[in-house]
Design a protein around this ligand. Structure first.
Ligand code: ZN
Length: 336
């Protein structure tokens, strides 16, 4: 077993109204919209990517926001909670900030060491902000509403809920190269690579819980990092050799992907670290314009006219961002 993932690449969930989705993730949580595109398999629906400034793997949360979507059900065979990493001293700030945004939060403690705030997004998706005691060196996206001091550093972990422990944990260790690092009873923790924030998964074993139903307000799949195409191809062969039914390699424009289900029913993806979000627009303008892959470009007008307006925040508007930078430069000069 030569191939090991270094951690989470992205989490993809199903949302409802796209405007409300942008309001929550870009404004309330302060993530950057790093790509505005469509679901390649169903271009009538947006695919919105949120992350840090560049949309680095491990900071990405993505949504298919379907207006009027039917709500799903949390249960086994799903990733039932997604956690983001924030600085240890920032939980109080987040408590106040989210309360002002009308979000009800609860203070919790995970594995006896991490303090966290748990809450729901507007579609009922379970989220938390976790203060990792070892800190998180990743650079955050800085917005007027969520200053860098407190901002989300990236993904922290996901919780996979399954009915049976053994087959799932075997897939995580033998199939993905994770190691068991803690937890006990019905909640076990596994880590990839260095095992810090962004490289953790909790397995919650609930034999009697109902099976989850993937629809609005639930996670669609969890993607893990692989450096490049060569490693992905080798990993795919290895999974096929173990009898795992893996898809062909799919071109997701910003990375390449393969998908398979772990034995507990959670849909997993292995996505490449290379390519990235500046492949079709400059860093300063990420997320602002509707981007389509070459094979959908001929249908641009038809696709664009069927999509609702998003109301992106000012940080996604280069003119506004430029004016803000200019003001800041003038202030620095005046102060100096
Ligand atoms: Zn994905």
């Amino acid at each position: 077993m030569a191939i090991r993932t270094s951690g989470l690449h992205h989490v993809t969930a199903i949302g409802g109204d796209p405007r409300r989705n942008v309001d929550f993730y870009a404004r309330a949580l302060g993530l950057r919209v790093v790509k505005t595109t469509v679901n390649f398999d169903d271009p009538g629906v947006y695919h919105l990517y949120y992350g840090d400034e560049e949309g680095r793997p491990g900071t990405l949360m993505t949504f298919f926001p379907w207006p009027g979507v039917t709500g799903g059900r949390h249960g086994t065979g799903q990733a039932t909670s997604t956690a983001f990493s924030v600085p240890e001293s920032s939980l109080g700030w987040w408590e106040r900030h989210l309360a002002e945004a009308g979000v009800h939060t609860t203070r919790t403690r995970t594995h006896g060491e991490e303090e966290a705030l748990t809450f729901l997004d507007p579609d009922g998706l379970r989220l938390s902000l976790v203060a990792h005691p070892q800190g998180d060196p990743r650079d955050p996206w800085d917005t007027p509403a969520v200053p860098a001091e407190h901002a989300v550093r990236g993904l922290h972990s996901v919780t996979m809920q399954v009915a049976k422990e053994e087959a799932t944990t075997e897939m995580l260790t033998d199939g993905l190269g994770l190691r068991h690092v803690g937890g006990s009873g019905d909640r076990l923790r596994f880590a990839a690579g260095d095992g810090g924030p962004g490289a953790l998964v909790d397995v919650l074993v609930t034999p009697d819980a109902p099976r989850g139903l993937v629809a609005g307000g639930t996670v669609h799949h969890v993607a893990w990092r692989v450096p490049d195409d060569a490693a992905q191809r080798a990993w795919r062969e290895e999974l096929l050799g173990k009898g795992v039914r893996v898809t062909e390699i799919l071109d997701r424009q910003y990375f390449h992907s393969i998908y398979f289900r772990e034995p507990g029913g959670v849909l997993l993806e292995i996505a490449t670290d290379d390519i990235g979000f500046t492949v079709d627009e400059p860093l300063l303008e990420l997320g602002r314009a509707l981007k389509l892959p070459p094979w959908l470009e001929p249908r641009r007008e038809e696709i664009r006219s069927a999509l609702p307006a998003l109301g992106l925040p000012d940080e996604n508007n280069p003119e506004v961002a430029e004016r803000a930078a200019q003001r800041e430069a003038e202030e620095v000069e005046a102060a100096g």
